[in-house]
Design a protein around this ligand. Structure first.
Ligand code: GLY
Ligand code: MN
Ligand code: MN
Length: 458
């Protein structure tokens, strides 16, 4: 569906970006952002298009073949009260192309719908860029994005032309700085409208996971479970998945980024589903682990209870002033203590802290506990400031996702623990004094999971 208007927060974000530049005494900034391109799947067929998150964050424009140039007031001819000028290059209207591919906004729509001060056909970019950049002092452009050879070449040519236009000045090319640092910092702190979209994506995704408790049957293929979860996401209002779903039964659950999703689910196995939907470019990221049959086995129960206890403890740690590193250490020690108690370190007499310090815990827990979440599932934003782990602040959203994995060939553990992969993942907003769990509705208590499974398999 083509948009006829967009919320005012897109323009506010551009103003805030330039307020940030002023505060940091960055005068005469130019920012050049390229949209994502359509990528060929074969012949004239493309992969499903999704806009670049930072491009969308600042423009609301979801068309490929677009470029956004933002000029600070000093670097533009703008006389109005605004602190920046927005120039959009877009695919122009074209009756023949629109007959095949659908309606375009065109140059006029870029101004009317997306609030550009000026707009031009994309084909004019190379010719107009040198002049647009001619009065800028600082250029913010991300070099070497995926598939960006053409974009990078165009920018270098524009910079060369800017330099030549200055005659024999002896000046070097303008320095190129990565805008993703400043935009990433903005994206890290979620505004109310972003929190609302994340709540919606989380609610829909949690409901989809809960539906699986009633729908999964032994004998189903993992791909059928993937189709069910996609159906629930779309039916309830997510435009697409936030990332490819992991639907992993039995031994596949112990493969961290399992993607094949094409094996038969067997009674007695565990099923790990890591899947989240996206609402207007905001992601949910949920993992739940359930039995394919009605109940977890004895050893599966012990492992599940350990991961769940650890995950709840970690969520309770979330508040301003705590770091992800502290949370990860506490999670690792809790899992290490549990693994020692379950005899999974071959009778090793050691403290949980030693098991973590030596790296031995990575045998069962090889990944991190958290990442930022937002428009991207692994979202923008720095994890360290001045070389130190960053402390949580209100408005940040992170996942809490401890896990426990034992591969089939691990002869050091009792057979009942082999082929186990358990991960429990929720999406947590940091608020003053604590947290809000966006994905609280997704069932994770073992008794409730087993009662739902028993009803489903009656
Ligand atoms: N779904 C990817 C992750 O949990 O990081
Ligand atoms: Mn995650
Ligand atoms: Mn996940």
């Amino acid at each position: 569906m083509i948009k006829t208007s967009i919320p005012s927060y897109f323009a506010h974000r551009r103003s805030r970006l330039f307020e940030g530049f002023s505060k940091q005494k960055v005068d005469g900034a130019a920012v050049v952002l390229f949209s994502n391109q359509e990528l060929t799947r074969n012949h004239d067929v493309h992969f499903l298009f999704r806009q670049d998150s930072s491009f969308y964050y600042l423009t609301g424009l979801d068309e490929p073949g677009s470029v956004c140039v933002l000029l600070s007031k000093e670097a533009s001819s703008l006389s109005a009260a605004k602190n920046h000028e927005t120039i959009l290059f877009v695919a122009p209207k074209d009756e023949e192309k629109e007959l095949w591919e659908g309606e375009r906004y065109g140059v006029e729509g870029a101004m009317r719908v997306f609030g550009a001060d000026r707009s031009y056909p994309l084909a004019e970019l190379g010719q107009r860029l040198p002049e647009l950049l001619s009065t800028a002092n600082r250029l913010f452009y991300r070099l070497n994005r995926p598939h960006s050879e053409h974009e990078d070449r165009l920018m270098i040519e524009a910079l060369e032309k800017c330099k030549k236009a200055q005659g024999r000045s002896g000046k070097a090319l303008m320095t190129v700085e990565d805008p993703q640092i400043v935009i990433g910092e903005m994206r890290l702190f979620k505004a109310p409208e972003e929190i609302e979209l994340m709540r919606r994506a989380s609610k829909i995704s949690a409901a989809a996971h809960n539906s699986l408790l009633r729908e999964v049957k032994p004998g189903m293929n993992e791909s059928q479970v993937e189709a069910l979860i996609d159906f629930h996401f779309r039916k309830d209002g997510c435009e697409r998945n936030a990332y490819p779903s992991i639907v992993a039964g039995g031994k596949n659950a112990a493969c961290l980024h399992y993607r094949r999703n094409n094996e038969i689910l067997r009674d007695g196995d565990i099923l790990l589903v890591d899947a989240g939907g996206e609402c207007d470019y905001y992601a949910a990221d949920i993992t739940r682990t359930i039995p394919v049959g009605a109940k977890f086995s004895g050893d599966q129960t012990k492992a599940y209870d350990l991961v769940l206890k650890t995950q709840k403890m970690a969520i309770e740690m979330v508040k301003p002033g705590v770091s992800m590193v502290q949370i990860h250490r506490a999670v690792s020690e809790s899992l290490a203590e549990g693994c020692l108690q379950l005899g999974l370190f071959n009778g090793l007499q050691s403290s949980p802290a030693d098991v973590v310090a030596s790296g031995a815990i990575k045998r069962y827990y090889p990944h991190q506990t958290s990442h930022w979440l937002g428009m991207d599932v692994h979202d923008a934003g720095l994890y360290q400031l001045n070389g130190e782990p960053r402390l949580l602040e209100p408005g940040m959203v992170l996942t809490i996702e401890p896990g426990f994995y034992v591969q089939a060939n691990n002869e050091q553990v009792a057979p009942g623990f082999r082929n186990i992969g358990i991960r429990i993942e929720d999406d947590i907003l940091v608020v003053a004094g604590g947290y809000e769990n966006f994905t609280l509705d997704a069932i994770k208590e073992r008794a409730q999971i087993e009662s739902e499974r028993a009803k489903a398999l009656k």
